[in-house]
Design a protein around this ligand. Structure first.
Ligand code: SAM
Length: 284
């Protein structure tokens, strides 16, 4: 009879964040497929789990998937974990789970931590709808393009970010999405856990004032702040974007979108009403 595949969530920092069931399943499984056997071994040693660890990662996942499926079909029970949190979420595992589903294998979740949910529930931003988009592109052009495509999204946006890119990302968020409530959750469940709230510029200034920016980050973005933003004169919004490095046309496009106006209307507003033409030297 075929065995089962368990998809097991593991801690994102604090080793105590694991369920009783996860520990039991990891102990009882015939093997544990891990991204990095050394990383997972630390967790297994902490809980006295001696189960064999098999490595799978982005680069060997397809071949490994076939091998793991064959084992399960022969009756073995396997557990899939990633280095931290929930496998498959910005982590490998999809190919194994997809192949198992295709093979008709029973797949059971063993739920637990994930940085995106941990960050969302402490953010103070709306939780009724959220849009998780994984890691933002490393290249600025692609990153800005993606942010633009999400400008009208009203759900809370959630991204993972690396410490060496957090400042660039906050700058792009401010430039493309305008003034919004931003939350940056750093090192959740760890010694230096912190949750920063404010505008992109405020959080950026707080991080930039540090000697070194390190740790793991989740960035959350609230929907556009319409009533408050509407009090700011259009010219000031455009100038602020230009000051942040956005070109004039792009700044007009962003402000038009935020104000629910067409580019033509924005252009008219900033050019002012057509007044009387005054000839040089004319008196009034
Ligand atoms: N699968 C994992 C999960 O369920 O959260 C995420 C894996 S992804 C490769 C790693 C990224 O998750 C980090 O770069 C960071 O953006 C975020 N992350 C992981 N642990 C975190 C923590 N303790 N605090 C804040 N962000 C964290």
């Amino acid at each position: 009879m075929s065995g089962r595949l368990y998809v097991v969530s593991t801690p994102i920092g604090n080793l105590e964040d694991i369920t009783y069931r996860a520990v039991r399943i990891l102990k009882e499984a015939d093997w544990i497929a891990c991204e990095d056997t050394r990383t997972t071994r630390r967790l297994l040693d902490y809980y006295g789990i001696a189960t064999r660890a098999i490595s799978y990662h982005e680069h060997n996942e397809t071949e490994r998937a076939a091998e793991l499926i064959a084992r399960i079909e022969q009756g073995e029970n396997g557990a899939l974990v990633s280095d931290a949190g929930t496998p498959l979420l910005s982590d490998p595992g999809y190919r194994v789970v997809h192949a198992a589903a295709e093979a008709g294998i029973r797949i059971e979740p063993v739920p637990g931590p994930s940085a995106l949910l941990a960050a969302l529930v402490v953010s103070g931003l709306p939780t009724d709808q959220f849009h998780f988009a994984g890691f933002l592109p490393a290249k600025q052009g692609q990153r800005r393009h993606l942010l633009e495509s999400l400008a009208d999204e009203t759900a809370t946006l959630i991204f993972y970010e690396a410490p060496h890119r957090i400042l660039e990302t906050l700058e792009d968020i401010g430039a493309i999405l305008g003034k919004r409530n931003i939350v940056v959750a750093r090192e959740l469940t760890k010694l230096y856990e912190e949750v920063l709230r404010g505008t992109a510029a405020e959080i950026s200034a707080s991080l930039a004032s540090r000697d070194l920016i390190r740790g793991e980050f989740v960035v959350l973005i609230g929907k556009a702040l319409e009533p408050a933003a509407a009090e700011v004169p259009i010219e000031v919004m455009i100038d602020a974007l230009i000051g942040a490095g956005v070109d004039r046309m792009e700044a007009m496009k962003t402000v038009a979108r935020e104000r629910g106006l067409s580019k033509r209307e924005i252009y008219k507003l900033i050019s002012g009403p057509p007044g009387p033409k005054i000839k040089p030297g004319a008196r009034n």
